[in-house]
Design a protein around this ligand. Structure first.
Ligand code: 13P
Length: 338
């Protein structure tokens, strides 16, 4: 199979107008923080148990078309010995893999960051494909400050995302391109719009320079919201600002935009996605690739206890279903009580 056909098939399996992506690719440090929030120690066995619980949720495939996994999870098996990527694939959920290796300061751009992991990426992708991964994710992070992101921050991070995406496509792996503009701070929604727009403009310029095929990637951006220390904006306003900025900068050739939740609460992330789809002005599918906003209630319900696995699955399924309704623009707050 040519890589072009392979990529097209993966995009078609991920993008069907009503489902989204579950981000379950927390690095060892991040999952330890999440487990810590429920008073659970992060051991390999508990990570395996928790993630097999998520992936074996009956009916999840009705709302979720893909799942992003961490490298460790690709090699783990469920209690019956089934490899975890296969557990997803047999239910019609495409397994994907986070391939970046975390971030650090960007020298020459005080306050900005840069992500590592390009060296040896093609070889790593070949191995991940053998383990069942068909798409990948790479995250660049942009803090908002009075002087950040800097011009160098914008160009260097865009260049990394484009080089990663080009390597993925050459290897027959669909890239999810994730430029995360952080919510941290007390900035206004206008400032968030200004930064996100600058980020997306630069990212698509770089993708063009590197010959990345826009039809064969997914974009995973932040929504345009006020900073976490500022008062929340109503969903209608978030939707209008986000869509306006996306329409100015993201070509219509991109098949799907799958937002990250980035610290929005679970209900907030669903309401905002629903408002975006209710505007009905997008040339792309607008969907989700939530980590915390899908998992938080499930994680709490589980609490590290084997006997609470079914409750955790019910909590996950509820958020997945409500976000699926938000993709259709059919979510209502009253459904939270149902
Ligand atoms: P959140 O939805 O929790 O922001 O996670 C998405 C993700 O994959 C961040 O890299």
């Amino acid at each position: 199979m040519s890589t072009g056909t392979e990529l097209q098939e993966t995009v078609a399996d991920l993008v069907d107008g009503s489902r989204g992506v579950l981000a379950a690719d927390e690095s060892s440090g991040t999952i330890a923080k999440r487990f810590d929030s429920i008073g659970v120690e992060s051991t390999e066995e508990l990570r395996r148990f928790y993630r097999s619980l998520l992936l074996s949720t009956e009916g999840l495939e009705n709302y979720v078309s893909g799942v992003i996994l961490f490298e460790e999870t690709l090699g783990q098996r469920d209690d019956a010995g089934v490899p975890l990527p296969q557990l997803a694939a047999v239910r019609g959920i495409v397994p994907g893999i986070k391939v970046d290796k975390g971030k650090g300061p960007l020298p020459g751009a005080l306050g900005d960051m840069i992500t590592y992991g390009l060296d040896g990426l093609a070889e790593r992708l070949a191995g991940y494909k053998e383990q069942g991964a068909r798409f990948a994710k790479w995250r660049e992070v942009y803090p908002i400050g009075p002087c950040n992101p800097t011009r160098l921050g914008l160009t260097a991070n865009a260049e990394m995302l484009a080089r990663y995406a080009a390597v993925c496509q050459a290897c027959g792996v669909v890239p999810i391109v994730e430029p995360e503009v952080l919510m941290d701070g007390d900035h206004s929604i206008e400032r968030s719009a200004e930064v996100n727009e600058a980020v997306w403009r630069e990212v698509f310029a770089a993708l063009g320079r590197h010959g990345v095929v826009l039809e064969l990637l997914l974009l995973k951006p932040s929504m345009v919201t006020p900073g976490g220390d500022s008062p929340r904006a109503p969903p209608q306003q978030v939707a209008e600002y986000t869509l306006r900025s996306l329409r100015r900068t993201v070509p219509a050739a991109v098949p799907s935009i799958n937002f990250l939740s980035g610290g929005q609460g679970p209900e907030e992330a669903t309401a905002n996605l629903n408002a975006l789809n209710s505007l009905r002005q997008a040339p792309w599918q607008l969907s989700f690739s939530y980590g915390r906003a899908l998992q938080e209630p499930a994680l709490k319900a589980w609490g590290g206890k084997r006997q609470h696995a079914a409750a955790a699955q019910r909590a996950l399924l509820k958020r997945a279903r409500l976000n699926h309704l938000a993709v259709l623009g059919e979510y209502q707050q009253t459904l939270e009580q149902a």
